[in-house]
Design a protein around this ligand. Sequence first.
Ligand code: TYM
Length: 346
Amino acid sequence: MVDKEKQSSLKKFEKRVFSGVQPTGGLTLGNYLGAVKRFVEMQSEDYETIYCVVDQHAITAWQNPLELRENTRQIAAFFIAAGIDPNSAILFNQSAVPEHAQLGWIFNCVARMGWMQRMTQFKDKAGKNSQNAALGLFAYPALMAADILLYHATHVPVGDDQKQHLELTRDIAIKFNHDYKVDFFPVTEPVIGGTASRVMSLRDGTKKMSKSDPSDLSRINMGDDADTIFLKFKKAKTDAGALPSEIPGLKNRPEAENLITIYSALSNQSIESTLKEVGGKQFSEFKPILAELAVELLSPISTEMNRLMQNSEEIDIILSKGADRARKIAGPILQKTYEIIGMLQP
Ligand code: TYM
């Protein structure tokens, strides 16, 4: 029998991918198209891939403990159902690898207050009541930098909303290297491009599709059944015009642009070629075509996710093996960091 684990540890990768998803309940088409679909694609390319369910990020807002455990398994099930192969990619949950929190503390001491105060996601999430937000919500991007740099990851696939956090990660790596006169942490490449780096709400093409939007009609959830998907696309906001055949025709038509973006990402084609295919159609004709494609691609993922969720032991074993593999990489990098900064390890 081929020992896959041994084989992959022998393989020499120059490029290492790290990314994570929060288990805060509910997964949207935005999470899939903006992130997880690309995690799967990068796995088949020339990268070593590490994917994490970031449960410690989730508790920056209070989580019901029973739900947090289930949601953690659900994200793992989603990763696997979407096509991540846990024998090749390292798949684990963040709290099982304590080195994340350890390096996170060090980065709290590297990042500057001014940098953190610029983070727009903190402002959005804390809202008007920022004095009552958890300190962890404010410090969160430093922990995210630790997630990435703990593996010396070179590439981080994320949706557009994480761009500012990746810039901060680069700033932290540069400042650490400068302060300690080392060339230790890499300056990570964000992998944001792609067709669907920003999937928008189905009710308002200027707002991001999000699990926290009060309207369920604003998003496609990964567990939605076929009827619901058809209904949501049918009710999606649009303008009165027909679809254009060329990109300039999408200007100032955010809802049209969003539906075209979703269709392009689902069908793995560029916006240009989608417009060649569907240009001239009315929305009433295009929406069912889009819904049909979404159902065709998403329903096998939901079915497999549900099957895995019935076998939580199987998920736990995968996560536990993944955490062991992750610690083999993270441990030495943390030790070296401690050495650099002068932490006595008697
Ligand atoms: P999270 O859990 O909010 O989202 C997970 C991933 O989904 C992407 N995403 C979207 N992409 C396109 N359109 C949308 N509407 C949309 N909604 C969500 C997000 O950009 C993200 O890539 N801070 C991160 C988790 C994290 C992380 C990390 C990511 C923690 N540590 C280290 C990369 C590397 C977050 O809250 O993602």
